[in-house]
Ligand binder design. Structure first.
Ligand SMILES: NC(=O)c1ccc[n+]([C@@H]2O[C@H](COP(=O)([O-])OP(=O)(O)OC[C@H]3O[C@@H](n4cnc5c(N)ncnc54)[C@H](OP(=O)(O)O)[C@@H]3O)[C@@H](O)[C@H]2O)c1
Length: 201
């Protein structure tokens, strides 16, 4: 029995790296997938590759998540197809290692738009769906949300990954309907690289 059969997962940045790995793992477990990325050609290629897992329903959406209306655009395209989301994976993100003294507003905005604004608004957009489906939100954080290293100046990246650590604990009690109802929307927080760095020290 495939544990995600009948479930639909929306994965931002699902066409490469960690997001693609999650897409493959979910497809193997029978999930329907919606992958979001900017590069339409790459998405079409991934659609073909992932079809080997026998996924019946695979939708790709070409969208720059850093755009102001990204969450609304994606929700509109999904609503047109009458799809309900069970799992939201907020994975698309960027990190530039720039010394604080060399950074400016554009560096901060670049990180804020994709790492904070996009997942914040996408989660808000699908909140009612996720409550209805008793779904899950998976946020991809980072080792750098908790620590900064002198040889890897991650100031803007660290600041924009850090909000995803407390939010999962806070969100259930801040939703309409109170913590009991919203508490069923389980929020998971993942910080890739953390174990690797711990064992390397
Ligand atoms: N790699 C690591 O070592 C590491 C460690 C800790 C945390 N993380 C976090 O894990 C997440 C994924 O990282 P990764 O290294 O797997 O990334 P990656 O290999 O660079 O892949 C990024 C994915 O996101 C998409 N993407 C990038 N910018 C986008 C945008 N503006 N709008 C829509 N989609 C966009 C890319 O597709 P397009 O280019 O076609 O848009 C691609 O599918 C990030 O949140 C990152 O901060 C990564």
């Amino acid at each position: 029995m495939k544990v995600l059969a009948g479930k639909t997962a929306l994965i931002t940045g699902g066409s490469d790296g960690i997001g693609l790995g999650i897409a493959e793992a979910f497809a193997q477990q029978g999930a329907n997938l919606i992958l979001v990325g900017r590069d339409a050609k790459k998405l079409t290629q991934r659609e073909k590759e992932l079809s080997r897992y026998g996924t019946d329903n695979l939708v790709v959406i070409s969208q720059d998540m850093a755009a102001r209306d990204a969450a609304r655009e994606i929700a509109g395209k999904i609503a047109e197809k009458h799809i309900r989301i069970d799992i939201l994976v907020n994975n698309a993100g960027i990190g530039r290692f720039i010394p604080f003294a060399d950074s400016d507003a554009s560096v901060l905005d670049f990180h804020l738009d994709l790492n904070v604004r996009a997942p914040y608004l996408l989660t808000r957009m699908f909140l009612n769906d996720l409550i209805a489906s008793q779904g899950n939100v998976i946020n991809i954080s980072s080792y750098f949300a908790r620590r900064m290293l002198t040889d890897r100046p991650s100031t803007a990246y660290s600041l924009t990954k850090a909000p995803w650590n407390p939010l999962p604990r806070h969100l259930p009690s801040s939703c309409p309907g109170g913590s009991r109802e919203c508490g069923r929307t389980r929020h998971r927080f993942h910080a890739p690289g953390e174990n690797q760095y711990r064992s390397a020290r």
